[in-house]
Write a protein that binds this ligand. Structure first.
Ligand code: PLP
Length: 415
C-alpha cells in the first residue's frame, strides 16, 4: 500500500499548495513544523490573509446602512460571501444563510430560538454518542428548562452509529435530532441523508453539525433536506470568529430572533419593535465584516482545488498513516469506522496522551491530545482521552513519516 501512495495518485500540486501557507514554513523547537492539528483549526492560505488585509487597508466601513463608497464596497463584499456559502453548501436561498461566530453559536442560536419556541415537557431530543460538547450542552440547557428528554443514539466499538437503534429511538415525541456529520474525535462520517429521512418520517427536525465535514466532504443541505446545518470558518481554511448557520427558510421565518440590537429590527418604538426580514433578523449588531469577507477567499481556495481531489488526497494520507502507525508496539487506534474523514485518534496503554503531545512538540510536531470536547464519548470508550492526528490538504507523507519517528522516540523514552 505504501508504494502506491508514495507515487501520489492525485491531481494536486502539494508543494504549490504549501507555498500558499506561509505559517507551515517555520521551525518549531529547531525542527521543521509538522502541523497535524487541523481538526482543531486549519491554517490560512495567503488569499485569506490578503482578503483580511485588503479589507482593512482599503474598504473598512460599517455595512448595510452606509451610503458612502466604502460602506457600499464593504456591504457588497460581505453579501458576496453569503452567495458563495449558499452555493458551497447547496442551499436554495441566500436568505437561509445566517452569519454567526462559529458552529457553537449556530447551535446555541437554534436551541435558544427554535428550541425555546417549539420544545415542551416530555418532548425528546436525539443526540449521538459522539457529539462534540457544542452539540450537547446547548440541548442540555434548553431540555432542562423545558423539561424535555435527551436520548443518545449509541455507537459500536469502531465508532459507527447503530442505525437500527436510532430508528427504534424515533417516535412521535422526537422533536429534534442533532448529529455530527463527521466526528472530530473519531473521524466517522455519519450517513446524514438516511438520518434526515428517518427523522422526517417521524416529523422531527434535524440539525447537522458540519464543523468537521465542510472542508472535506460535499455538502448538499437542500438535497439532504437538512433543517439546520452549521459550520465554522476557521476549520475550512478561513478566519476565526465567523461561522454559518443554514436553516430552511420556512423554519427560520417561524423562529423568533436570537439577539436584539441594530440590524435585526424592522422598526423600534419606545414600547416595542418589529423585526427585520431574513437573514438580518438573526444578525444583530455589527457583524464580523472582515472575517465574513475573507471566508469567501477560503471557500474559493477549496473550490479551486476541488473537494473530490482534496478528499481523495487526504484519504491516501489517512491510509498511509494507518500503514505506518499500526505496527507501533502498544498503539491502539480509536475510531475505525469504514467511512472516515482524515482524522486518526490513538492511545497507548502505558503512555499518557499528554506526555506524548509534549514529546512530539519537542520534535516540531503538532497534534491534539485530550478528550477533544467529547467527554461522554471518551466515557463510552472507557478512555480519558486520545492523541489525535488530523490531516489537511497541505500535509504530506513525509510529515507522517516524521510522526512515526516521533512516536518511536516516545516509545523508547517510556519503555
Ligand atoms: N462540533 C465539532 C464536531 C467540532 O469539531 C467543533 C470544534 O472542534 C465544534 C463543534 C465547535 O466549533 P467552534 O469552536 O468553531 O464553534
Amino acid at each position: 500500500m505504501g508504494t502506491t501512495i508514495q507515487t501520489l495518485e492525485h491531481n494536486l500540486d502539494i508543494a504549490e499548495i504549501r507555498r500558499q501557507f506561509p505559517v507551515l514554513n517555520q521551525q518549531v523547537n529547531d525542527k521543521p513544523l509538522v502541523y497535524l492539528d487541523n481538526a482543531a483549526t486549519t491554517q490560512k492560505p495567503l488569499a485569506v490573509i490578503d482578503a483580511l488585509k485588503n479589507y482593512y487597508q482599503k474598504d473598512n466601513a460599517n455595512i448595510h446602512r452606509g451610503i458612502h463608497t466604502l460602506a457600499e464596497r464593504a456591504t457588497a463584499d460581505f453579501e458576496k460571501t453569503r452567495d458563495a456559502v449558499k452555493t458551497f453548501i447547496g442551499a436554495e436561498y441566500r436568505e437561509e444563510i445566517i452569519f454567526t461566530k462559529g458552529t457553537t453559536e449556530g447551535i446555541n442560536l437554534v436551541a435558544q430560538t427554535w428550541g425555546r419556541a417549539n420544545l415542551k415537557e416530555g418532548d425528546e431530543i436525539l443526540l449521538s454518542a459522539m457529539e462534540h460538547h457544542s452539540n450537547m450542552v446547548p440541548w442540555q440547557m434548553i431540555a432542562h428548562e423545558k423539561k424535555a428528554l435527551i436520548k443518545i443514539i449509541p455507537i459500536n466499538d469502531a465508532g459507527e452509529l447503530l442505525m437500527d437503534e436510532y430508528e427504534q429511538l424515533l417516535n412521535s415525541r422526537t422533536k429534534l435530532v442533532a448529529v455530527v456529520h463527521a466526528s472530530n474525535a473519531l473521524g466517522t462520517i455519519n450517513p446524514i441523508k438516511q438520518i434526515v429521512q428517518l427523522a422526517h418520517r417521524h416529523g422531527a427536525v434535524v440539525l447537522i453539525d458540519g464543523a468537521q465535514s465542510t472542508s472535506h466532504l460535499d455538502i448538499a443541505v437542500s438535497d439532504w433536506s437538512a433543517d439546520f446545518f452549521v459550520f465554522s470558518g476557521h476549520k475550512v481554511y478561513g478566519p476565526t470568529g465567523v461561522g454559518v448557520l443554514y436553516g430552511k427558510r420556512a423554519l427560520l421565518e417561524a423562529m423568533p430572533p436570537y439577539q436584539g440590537g441594530g440590524e435585526m429590527i424592522g422598526e423600534v418604538r419606545y414600547d416595542g419593535f418589529t423585526w427585520n426580514e431574513l437573514p438580518y433578523k438573526f444578525e444583530a449588531g455589527t457583524p464580523n465584516i472582515a472575517d465574513v469577507i475573507a471566508l469567501k477567499a477560503a471557500l474559493d481556495f477549496i473550490d479551486v482545488l476541488g473537494k473530490q481531489n482534496i478528499r481523495s488526497y487526504e484519504n491516501s494520507l489517512l491510509q498511509y498513516a494507518y500503514s505506518k502507525l499500526e505496527h507501533l508496539e502498544g498503539l491502539r487506534f480509536i475510531g475505525t469506522a469504514k467511512e472516515k474523514v482524515s482524522i486518526q485518534s490513538f492511545v497507548f496503554n502505558d503512555i499518557h496522551h499528554q506526555d506524548l503531545g509534549i514529546i512530539l512538540d519537542k520534535e516540531g510536531i503538532a497534534i491534539r491530545t485530550g478528550h477533544h470536547c467529547t467527554q461522554p464519548l471518551m466515557g463510552r470508550l472507557a478512555i480519558t482521552g486520545t492523541s489525535r492526528a488530523s490531516f489537511a490538504v497541505y500535509n504530506t507523507i513525509e510529515e507522517i513519516d516524521r510522526l512515526e519517528a516521533g512516536l518511536k522516540k516516545a516509545i523508547k523514552l517510556f519503555r
